[in-house]
Design a protein around this ligand. Structure first.
Ligand SMILES: [Zn+2]
Length: 258
């Protein structure tokens, strides 16, 4: 049993939590050692729901943003609507924001516009960004390098130690989640081994990406960070509670949570 778990990336407004959301957030997660949860926003509507949900729990924080796979069909005034959400004082982070080129068809130009807009807001408001980068590392790094001083976390990091190094050199944190426990995790294991402890945060992406031995069809929740932390501890030759504590302190620093 671990204490002080900070899940830096979860989606508790997701319909998969409709039957027991209140029980989880009020009882099961705190009793399972989870002390902080950051809700990641993917659309304008979902971000507003994050804000409403987080307002009910002292340990839950909302982020607001537009995920790169949800950039099509935005309302004409999306920028103003987004700014109204991200500038709220109870919103400590912006995102998910980034680039996702894994689908067969995507509008790279539009993704980049929405990404850059969120980076600009993050710089202006001095809030960290929750980055979603998938099959777009090269381009994303070019854009991130143009934003010196940007704070943020590369969510669901699964890249090599070289990419980890590029991101942490920019001052960014790496969000390590269930994919560290997957069979094909060779690359990210190297990254977790080599990365500076000061840049480590844990996440689930709940309800997605449950760690091994849970199956993908299972629903993930923030308590499963224990499994990821145990794997990371094994890789780094330390114990899981030490990593959970360090990652929580890092996340509090990143999100400006006292
Ligand atoms: Zn997510």
């Amino acid at each position: 049993m671990y204490t002080g778990i900070f899940d830096t990336h979860a989606h508790y407004v997701h319909a998969k939590f409709d039957s027991d959301r209140k029980w989880l957030l009020e009882k099961a997660l705190p009793e399972g050692g989870v002390t902080h949860v950051m809700l990641a926003g993917v659309t304008l509507e979902d971000s507003a729901q994050n804000i409403a949900l987080a307002a009910q729990y002292e340990t839950v924080y909302p982020s607001a943003g537009i995920h790169p796979l949800y950039v099509e069909g935005l309302p004409a005034d999306w920028e103003a609507q987004l700014y109204a959400l991200v500038s709220r004082p109870e919103v400590p982070a912006i995102g998910e924001a980034g680039l996702d080129f894994h689908l067969e068809e995507y509008d790279a130009g539009l993704q980049e516009t929405v990404f850059r807009t969120q980076l600009r807001m993050a710089m202006e408001l001095d809030k960290p960004v929750i980055l979603h980068i998938r099959e777009a590392t090269g381009r994303a790094l070019e854009i991130l390098r143009e934003h010196r001083g940007l704070r943020g976390v590369a969510h669901c990091f699964s890249g090599s130690k070289e990419v980890a190094r590029e991101l942490t050199d920019l001052g960014l944190y790496l969000g390590i989640g269930g994919s560290l426990t997957f069979e094909n995790a060779r690359k990210v294991i190297g990254a977790v081994e080599a990365m500076p402890l000061e840049r480590l945060v844990f996440e689930t992406d709940a309800p997605y990406l449950p760690p091994h031995p849970y199956k993908r069809k299972n629903r993930c929740d923030s308590r499963m960070i224990a499994i990821t932390a145990e794997r990371a501890a094994q890789i780094r030759g330390t114990d899981a509670q030490t990593l959970i504590d360090a990652a929580r302190e890092n996340a509090m620093q990143l999100f400006g949570i006292a």
